[in-house]
Design a binder for this molecule. Structure first.
Ligand SMILES: *Cc1c(COP(=O)(O)O)cnc(C)c1O
Length: 389
């Protein structure tokens, strides 16, 4: 019974060893440390002659279960779980890069990741060059002797651009670079970047993985040797996921496939509705035929994801009116929640970027991002419809 099973089955049946109580559902291991049998056990454990839990900053059964599930979902060898998505992004780069190293990154990345690259990494003499998500021809020109990493997200936040991961994977391989993909917008159910050449995959577990807006979490999975470096750095620096949050997430993953199926179904219906609405300037959703990279999205994703971006005719003022009129959908900064959420990227998640930087990553002042939730689609559309009146 050890052969690899289907995605949904692994998500449910991957479990740490049962305790003496033979519990059906994995218990929470709220303990900061673990005990040793005797002096020899203590010595051998610290010498890493055996694989076991020592201290929850290093590992804990709940985080191990969560990591093992995500590794199976992503087809990864190993992983480390972090307290937030940003801790995963920072911890991954900090563990792998040296002063003087260079990153080649897609221009459109999560707002805090962008701020990390532009405002904090230069402190340690780590520099970043950016390529346009819709111009991968430019990527090779940015690579120098100092380049260590190619970094991308797909679909992007908040513009839902789709990048050809296989093509980026080939470039990374050609120049012997580490290819890192933030796969948060797709979730491992829709897309597995390792298949397309990614060495490491990062997730904010806060989004679709938890899916119910309760906990913050992050995870990096992928190549064993790279993850080992990340583990050695992180067990010292301490950005570890708490056992409680790991337990919540591991449970959430049991329903990931069924939830994401419905998110995507609802999102496609909302996108299709918006596309024919006379007050809507444009709509972007990876599985709409009008999306510039529809073919690539179809090739690398199972479904289109939960995020739809659009702009109301009339720019910023019309956008503001939409936010003031919306009743059921939440005005909030999260995404991938069972509750539908509307966000104004220019004044929230991407407000730290200059207007020029925003324009260059496709964020107009009137752009609205909807994270389509699991409410009945008729109610979601009805709310959007009355707000657009
Ligand atoms: C939310 C998000 C992050 C950061 O995750 P946190 O859990 O909020 O720290 C990183 N990347 C993407 C694409 C995100 O959407």
């Amino acid at each position: 019974m050890s052969s690899k099973k289907q995605f949904e089955t692994e998500a449910i049946r991957t479990q740490v060893e049962r305790s003496q109580f033979l519990e059906h559902s994995s218990p929470m291991y709220l303990t900061s440390s673990f005990v040793f049998e005797d002096a020899e056990d203590m010595r051998a454990s610290f010498a890493e002659e055996k694989e076991r839990n020592i201290y929850s900053r290093y590992s804990n059964p709940n985080s191990s279960e969560f990591i093992e599930k995500v590794c199976k979902m992503e087809g990864a060898e190993s992983g480390f779980a972090f307290a937030s998505g940003m801790a995963a992004v920072f911890g991954t780069f900090a563990a792998l890069l040296e002063s003087g190293d260079h990153i080649v990154s897609a221009k459109s990345v999560f707002g805090s990741t962008h701020t990390l690259f532009t405002q904090f990494f230069p402190k340690w003499n780590i520099t970043t060059s950016y390529f346009d998500c819709n111009d991968l021809d430019a990527v090779e020109d940015l690579i120098s002797e100092k380049t260590k990493v190619i970094y991308a997200e797909s679909p992007t936040n908040p513009g839902v651009d789709v990048l050809d991961l296989e093509r980026l994977g080939h470039i990374a391989k050609k120049y012997n670079l580490i290819f890192i993909v933030d796969n948060c917008f797709a979730s491992p159910y829709l897309q597995q970047p390792i298949k397309f050449g990614a060495d490491l995959v990062i997730h904010s577990g806060t989004k679709l993985m938890d899916g119910q807006g309760r906990v913050l979490a992050g995870i990096t999975v992928g190549n064993y040797d790279l993850v080992d470096k990340i583990y050695r750095f992180s067990r010292i620096t301490g950005p570890t996921l708490s056992p409680f949050n790991a337990w919540v997430l591991s449970k959430s993953l049991e329903t990931l496939a069924i939830r994401v199926d419905r998110h995507c179904d609802n999102a496609l219906q909302l996108a299709t509705y918006l596309e024919q609405h006379p007050k809507v300037e444009w709509v972007k959703y990876p599985f709409l035929k009008s999306h510039p990279n529809y073919e690539i999205a179809k090739k690398q994703m199972k479904l289109g994801g939960c995020v739809v971006a659009f702009e109301v005719k009339g720019g910023l003022e019309a956008g503001k009116k939409f936010f003031d009129e919306i009743e059921m959908l939440s005005l909030s900064a999260n995404l991938g929640d069972s509750r539908s959420i509307v966000t104004h990227p220019a004044s929230t998640t991407h407000s730290k970027l200059t207007e020029e930087e925003r324009r260059s990553v496709g964020i107009s002042d009137g752009m609205i991002r909807v994270s389509v939730g699991l409410e009945h689609i008729d109610d979601i559309i009805a709310d959007v419809e009355q707000a657009l009146l």
